[in-house]
Write a protein that binds this ligand. Sequence first.
Ligand SMILES: *Cc1c(COP(=O)(O)O)cnc(C)c1O
Length: 355
Amino acid sequence: MKKHNFYAGPSILSEYTLTKTAEAIKDFAGTGLSILEISHRSKEFTAVIENAASLVKELLEIPEGYSVLFLGGGASMQFCMVPYNLLNKKAGYLDTGTWANKAIKEAKLFGEVDVVASSKEANYTYIPKDFVIPADADYFHFTTNNTIYGTEIRKDLDSPVPLVADMSSDIFSRPVDVSKYNVIYAGAQKNLAPAGVTIAIVKEEALGHVDRVIPTMLDYRTHSSKGSMFNTPPVLPIFSALKTLEWYKELGGVKKLEEMDKAKAAALYDAIDSSKLFVGTANADDRSIMNVCFVMKPEYAELEKEFIDFATSKGIVGIKGHRSVGGFRASLYNAMPMSSVQVLIDAMKEFEKNH
Ligand SMILES: *Cc1c(COP(=O)(O)O)cnc(C)c1O
């Protein structure tokens, strides 16, 4: 049976990315070798990493003066690399969930952290609005999409200081004004590629202003001066990322992706909002178009397990909610087709009719 993959991450990849990756594992660029067994310094792989960086620049319209890096360590390593490289005295952070919290915890190792606002008291069901970003901060960090709670900030905040953003779960789902940011980072396994590579878009001018010594591997300059080839980069995930980026370009770029993502999310939120059984968990103004979180209404709570089983029987995979929210979470990343969203909506309607 065809599977409809709603996992939050690692998550769905396009058929194009999967097919091209499978081919390259057998025979990479006509070399007669697998991409798994070829030098990262070969001219064939050098072309892959260069093309991937230039497609990231093209799709996000990145201005001059920024490097696109392909790093290991996941988005979680960026929680420490960002303050290591950028936090001299003080940084502002917005607390919108688990990932934001982890970033805050690491930043505190390096200096003063001003947490300007938090929605923790409401289990992160909304995005705080009326906060003041300290004008004397080195940067202001926020998480654009809260993968676990299904809330999202779909704009480049106005700020007196440069922004830094964790865009792990919504990069390439909208145009971004990169010039407002010192660093944008994103683990690949939500909207781009298999786990193992993290993209960091780094403003060159922002580097070199902290007093501390930075270990070589944690210094952005090490990687930007070597085209992400200081050491062996995650070769296969970078190849897959290139294929996804080619597919994004072919589809019409991030504006087009945003249109498609919005249509998918609107269809599913409509089904939830008009349902007798289901209810969304996030504040309507702040809900994410990438991760749709919903639960059974309290009077139907005991049907939760039954719905998961029913959905499974329709080929729907990965909709169990994160343990800190419960219920269900449907992740609608760029590679998710509307047809699969429709299968989920139909399953919800059919289940509702049966109860
Ligand atoms: C998944 C996720 C992370 C963690 O990514 P790793 O690559 O596992 O370290 C960080 N931030 C956000 C927003 C995420 O969705």
